[in-house]
Design a protein around this ligand. Structure first.
Ligand code: HT7
Ligand code: ZN
Length: 839
């Protein structure tokens, strides 16, 4: 059994305090010489990790080891009877060019780069590859390549020293023909820091926004959290082949080029927003992750949940609270609620895993961030600041745990957080059932929480749920401002003396990650949509109204009523409302959101029906808005040169939504004109998608001709076509595109664009009852598993909702899951995912 358990955690008997690494780079035979300063701190042998290494030499304190002093397996190097303090020297050979897993040292577009989180360092040299072993590093890189980078500060060409003790997962090396855009920042402590964004020659015209985001992040972390940067250089490198978004290596952040490179011509507003968020996220890790790291991988949410919370706060400050919060909640529901409702549900702090890479999930990241948000709500802003200050002071330099984190808040605020800790250990999205009663001048709200069973966890305890709420009168005037009630028991009631029944605005700002169940009238929802002082709940009221209409249309063939269409039109045409908010309010729940909601309501979702009903709803809205559409679009023009700022982006988002409605009415005439007129990628993509949707026969070829030279834009081309083709054609098109000259399965962005275009972008196509979508995905997963298990396992989650569907589709999906599971030599990554999904 390869399962690792939290309960088995034990410190290493022999630790490493300093690492001296020498690299002689060569694509197929890189030599890594390591000199490790080791110290005993307990009894037992020293067991180092190592994978895919060819051991060339090994000595202790200068003496070559006899064969009986050590032993190796495919994954370990065991040293017997080592002294209390010694220097271990090893020399290994590795082949970065052959490394297609993109973990360890690998090559991308002719450059060398590393990805060590979570357990990639062991593919570079023998070492204690775990986060509680923290060491200082000296690195020497020998190569003819012009740019040689590692962590810390550079003393001479290719020689780097990192004075901050760090775990292996934060090690990084980059070597290549790169050019930098440079700037500087002086910290609040008076340190002058050189900032570099390194890219391939030719890409330097697209680094401005990443650099600007970095400087704003540095300033924000000083101002809001009192955290300053601690080296004299901060390097960011853009890499084309990268499994995730980016990596927070100390002083040398490595990014997927998708999250660095942006110009108005090639990047959409969403790309700009992602760059800002991810640059901030990685930078914020310097304190929450690097200066204070995790004791073990079960504590992953300690750095990830907190850092996501911090990047969300930053984005709210930069872009506006309401739209940012709505976007974050949409993502939470789409990704994390889905995960929590299926076979892959796990606690924010899991108790076991087989492959840690399978736990970089929406639960750890996004629900982890929600837990920090709830803690903030429960202890208040002042309590939160005090708790954070104590955490930074007490644990700087530590590899810490969730218990350490919570203890700081208990001490700083005097609160008992024992019950709050259940949020970290119990999986599943709680249902919050609210019923209203009005009688004789008393208004009462009854509250009940149900924490559902999840794989391996039943009979759960109630958790503290912070419920932010306010009350409006029937005319929409606020009669009670927001207050927070923490529901700690399974049930509770709140009573108010009032002369008439109010309109309840509950779970304001989405104050807890729960599914709210509250039966109420359309009239109440319309009042909230028009008048709530809480913008999140205004949006939420509109969302519930829309979802309700879609549900009825799906299950009962109901028509879209005028009252709803009038409310939608009122919002669309409300010149006083923020365009970004209007764009969000006009977006119907996604197909997967509807499938999730139907399943939660005990109804088997039919993907074709969901698809058809959503389109009918869009047509109904378009028809209702017909007269106003041209004028509304003109009002959203953003004169002058493209500016990625949120205000203009909001206008473009609304214009894009309106163009979508227009296309339902004119077959693409307006979109064709918009495509021709577009002077930025946001407008161009909006028009492109409309034209694909309208079945324009030439637009895909035209776009390709214009953008074939640009990898990142071509990812959009692959994805958009599959996502916007009629479901019956989707698998066929995806399959055709795998034979396109520019399809490259070894590039994660391209592969994800194609597979994600089908599984997430075109759910009705993926779930075609002929089962071809399932077979197509399984074939490609089996193919990719041989080279890149991490990405394969991640993409296999497209099957995680399989038990929601009808018996025929379930049979078809199970057959593919079982076919994959029965294939010999599967990676540990994929086989763990298949086991969990098939259980
Ligand atoms: N901490 C980083 C996680 C990450 C990662 C994990 C597994 C495999 C590859 C990876 N690349 C980056 C990114 C972050 O959360 O900031
Ligand atoms: Zn992170």
């Amino acid at each position: 059994d390869q399962t690792v358990y939290l309960k088995d955690y034990a410190p290493v008997p022999v630790t490493v305090t300093h690492v001296d690494l020498r690299f002689r780079l060569a694509p197929m035979a890189t030599v890594v010489s390591a000199r490790l300063t080791c110290k005993r701190q307990g009894s037992g042998n020293m067991v180092l990790n190592g994978e895919m290494l060819t051991l060339k030499g090994i000595s202790i304190d200068g003496e070559t080891l006899n064969a009986d002093a050590y032993a190796t397996t495919d994954t370990t190097l065991t040293l017997y009877d080592v002294p209390d303090a010694f220097t271990l020297e090893t020399e290994v050979e590795i082949a970065p060019q052959a490394n297609k897993a993109l973990s360890g040292l690998y090559m991308s577009g002719g450059m060398y780069c590393t990805q060590c989180e979570a357990e990639g360092f062991r593919r570079i040299t023998y070492m204690l590859d775990r986060p509680d072993v923290m060491a200082t590093y000296d690195v020497t890189i020998t190569s003819d390549l012009p740019v040689l980078l590692s962590n810390g500060d550079e003393s001479s060409r290719g020689k780097w020293h990192d004075p901050w003790p760090k775990p292996t997962y934060l090690f990084a090396l980059v070597a290549g023909d790169l050019v930098a855009t440079s700037d500087s920042f002086t910290t609040s402590e008076g340190r002058d820091v050189v900032l570099n964004v390194w890219v391939r020659p030719g890409d330097e015209t697209r680094t401005e926004y990443a650099m600007d985001s970095l400087k704003r992040s540095m300033e924000w972390d000083e101002r809001v959290y009192g955290r300053a940067y601690d080296l004299s250089v901060f390097n960011i490198v853009a890499v084309d082949d990268f499994n995730m978004g980016a990596m927070e290596n100390k002083g040398l952040n490595i990014f997927n080029s998708k999250y660095v490179l942006a110009s108005s011509d090639t990047a959409t507003d969403a790309d700009f927003a992602n760059i800002e968020r991810i640059v901030a996220h990685e930078y914020f890790h310097n304190w929450t992750g690097n200066r204070i790291t995790c004791r073990d991988w079960f504590q992953l949410c300690l750095k990830e949940g907190l850092t996501v919370f911090r990047d969300q706060q930053f984005s709210q400050d930069e872009r506006g609270f309401a739209t940012q919060r709505i976007g974050d909640v949409l993502s939470l529901r789409a990704r994390q609620f889905r995960e929590d409702a299926g076979p892959l549900a796990h606690p924010v702090r899991p108790e076991s895993f087989v492959e840690i890479n399978n736990f970089y999930t929406a639960t750890i990241y996004e629900k982890g961030a929600e837990l920090i948000g709830m803690l903030h709500r429960i202890v208040g802003s002042e309590g939160y600041s005090k708790g954070c200050a104590l955490y930074f002071e007490r644990h700087d330099g530590d590899a810490a745990t969730i218990e350490d984190w919570l203890a700081c808040f208990e001490e700083a605020t005097g609160r008992d957080l024992t019950q709050f800790k259940l949020w970290y250990t119990q999986a599943g999205t709680p249902r919050l059932i609210v019923t209203e009663h009005f009688n004789d001048g008393t208004y009462r709200i009854d509250l009940e929480q149900i924490v559902p069973d999840t794989p391996g966890q039943t009979g759960k305890k109630p958790m503290p749920i912070p419920i932010a709420f306010g009350l409006l009168d029937r005319d929409g005037m606020e009669i009670r401002k927001t207050e927070v009630h923490v529901l700690t028991d399974r049930t509770d009631s709140l009573s108010f003396d009032l002369s008439e029944r109010p309109v309840l605005s509950i779970l304001r700002g989405f104050s807890a990650p729960v599914i709210l169940e509250l039966e109420r009238s359309d009239a109440d929802r319309l009042t909230l949509l028009a008048h709530d002082t809480d913008p999140f709940n205004r949006w939420e009221a509109g969302r519930v109204l829309a979802k309700d209409r879609l549900m009825h249309a799906i299950t009962e063939d109901a028509n879209f009523d005028d009252a709803w269409l009038d409310a939608v039109a009122k919002l669309a045409t409300d010149a006083f409302a923020d365009p970004a908010f209007r764009a969000l309010a006009l977006a119907l729940p996604s197909q997967d959101d509807m499938a999730q909601s139907l399943h939660t309501a005990g109804i088997v979702p039919d993907p074709d029906r969901i698809y058809a009903v959503r389109r009918a709803a869009q047509l109904a809205i378009a028809t209702r808005l017909q007269a106003e559409l041209p004028q509304l679009r003109i009002a959203m023009a953003t004169p002058g040169p493209y500016d990625p700022k949120a205000q203009d982006a909001g206008k473009r988002a609304l214009a894009g939504k309106l163009l979508g409605f227009q296309t339902f009415l004119d077959g693409g005439a307006a979109a064709r004109a918009a495509y021709d007129a577009a002077d930025n990628m946001t407008d161009r993509m909006a028009a492109f998608v409309c034209l694909l949707d309208a079945g324009d026969p030439d637009i895909a070829a035209r776009f390709e001709e214009e953008w074939r030279h640009d990898r990142l834009v071509m990812d959009k081309w692959f994805m958009a076509q599959i996502a916007n083709t009629p479901p019956r054609d989707a698998v066929h098109l995806a399959d055709d595109l795998t034979r396109h000259d520019d399809f490259d399965a070894s590039n994660p962005n391209r592969f994800r664009a194609l597979i994600g275009g089908l599984t997430a972008g075109n759910p009705a196509g993926f779930h075609n009852p002929n089962g071809k979508g399932y077979e197509f995905l399984a074939d490609w997963l089996l193919y990719l598993d041989k080279s890149n298990p991490q990405m394969t396992a991640r993409l296999s989650t497209a099957f995680d909702g399989w038990k929601r569907y009808d018996a025929d589709r379930q049979d078809l999906m199970r057959a593919q899951l079982e076919r994959m599971a029965a294939t010999p030599d599967l990676s540990r990554d994929l086989s763990e995912m298949l086991d969990r999904m098939l259980k």
